[in-house]
Design a binder for this molecule. Structure first.
Ligand SMILES: *Cc1c(COP(=O)(O)O)cnc(C)c1O
Length: 393
């Protein structure tokens, strides 16, 4: 007997597939649009997190624009997402820069050297540009040093001492090679409390220079669309900067835009033998290493629809991918029923940092990309095949 699946598209979708629900995306976008309306800030999509450009026209109806990590993302937004086009990169390629200067409205530099090098072209084009700073104020635990731009070894952002040394050398006649703004990005999946603390540290160090500027960019990492997020405190931070200094405020969340908006749908290929004291292995048609690398990198345990903690429900399995990597394990989950070949397994919160990070290690096929429209109907946006594996090698 065929299983009955919830949501009902699960039985029909080809696997593996990333499935993004328009209604869930709109839920997040409405929260972010409300924030813009109430405070006058600008919210940009950080494309490195979610670049499913099928939804860019929809996103552009709610947000002010997008930000990019380099030329290709900037070009994608230029082509597909009407609105402001921002870019930050730890270092720009000289050969990319003419196009960047053409298609981007805001360019953020990671070093004063690069700022000096590229500022004249941006000035000529009438573009706005700024500098990423390192507030040297960590709000993350040491376990997440990889995601902390304020860690002592960080290569991201200019520190106050370096900023002021250069300022003294450059003189104030034209403030810092004509920058309009400062950008700080120090958070990762955090609330507005660490933002408020960080903002205080930024003001303490750099606040005396705000009078020379037009904007301040708060970066990303704000978990705004999580239920427990303190939005009033975020609004207070934004209003404080706008009212005290007359600066425009930018936020560039990735996660918050598509948080919980998508899934990774997969099928059971094989169920291993029962062994005493060890959970039964199940091989899926999706791989942590290829399709959800953050599960191994961060690491974290993704939610599974209908799946419980080990031994919480009657049947417990270790779910793994079909690659050669012994550690290609997604996690141990329990179910009310015995898993069989062909059963669907649905991983939650898989719109973000997934389809932008896939690889074809072991010749693994790439998951299809599927949209569930507001009326519940399913549209297969893209499917991949052998050529997508071969063309990269
Ligand atoms: C990663 C990143 C973002 C988006 O971060 P989220 O955690 O997805 O909100 C924004 N700006 C910069 C500079 C980033 O590196």
């Amino acid at each position: 007997m065929a299983r009955e699946y919830k949501p009902d598209w699960l039985g029909k979708v080809p696997t593996p597939a990333y499935v993004v629900e328009e209604n869930r995306l709109v839920h997040n976008l409405e929260i972010l649009a409300g924030l813009q309306e109430r405070t006058g800030c600008h919210v940009l999509l950080a494309q490195k997190c979610f670049s499913m450009y099928h939804f860019y026209p929809l996103i552009s109806r709610y947000l002010s624009g997008a930000t990019a990590s380099g030329l290709y993302e900037a070009r994608l937004a230029y082509q597909e997402l009407p609105g402001e086009n921002h870019i930050f990169s730890p270092a720009y390629q000289e050969s990319d820069f003419p196009e960047i200067a053409e298609i981007c409205d805001h360019v953020v530099f990671n070093s004063i050297k690069q700022l000096k090098k590229f500022a004249p072209l941006l000035k000529e084009k009438g573009k706005s540009y700024g500098l990423r700073i390192n507030p040297e104020y960590s709000t993350q635990s040491e376990d997440f040093a990889m995601y902390d731009p304020c860690s002592p070894e960080s290569r991201l952002g200019v520190k106050l001492a370096d900023f002021e040394r250069e300022l003294t050398a450059a003189g104030y006649q034209e403030f810092m090679y004509g920058i309009d703004g400062l950008h700080f990005h120090t958070l990762c999946e955090q609330g507005s409390e660490p933002l408020a603390e960080t903002l205080e540290a930024v003001e303490k160090g750099f606040g005396k220079y705000f009078k020379y500027l037009k904007w301040l960019n708060f970066g990303g990492g704000h978990h705004i669309t999580k239920t427990e997020y303190n939005i009033p405190l975020l609004e207070k931070c934004i209003r404080h900067v706008r009212e005290t200094y007359g600066l425009e405020v930018y936020l560039e969340p990735g996660e918050a835009v598509a948080l919980d908006a998508g899934y990774l749908a997969s099928s059971v290929l094989d169920v291993g033998p029962v062994a005493d004291g060890i959970y039964q292995n199940v091989i899926l048609d999706t791989s942590a290493a290829c399709h959800m690398p953050d599960v191994l990198e961060v690491p974290y345990r993704p939610p599974v629809e209908g799946g419980g903690q080990p031994d919480e429900k009657k049947y417990t399995y270790r779910l793994g991918g079909p690659t050669c990597l012994s550690g290609d394990n997604i996690g141990v989950y329990s179910f009310d029923y015995q898993l069989r070949e062909g059963d669907r397994i649905l991983f939650g919160d898989m719109a973000i940092y997934t389809m932008v990070k896939t690889n074809t290690f072991n010749g693994m096929p790439l998951p299809s990309i599927v949209a569930i429209k507001a009326d519940g109907s399913m549209e297969i946006i893209r499917s991949f095949g052998y050529e997508d594996f071969k063309m990269r090698l």
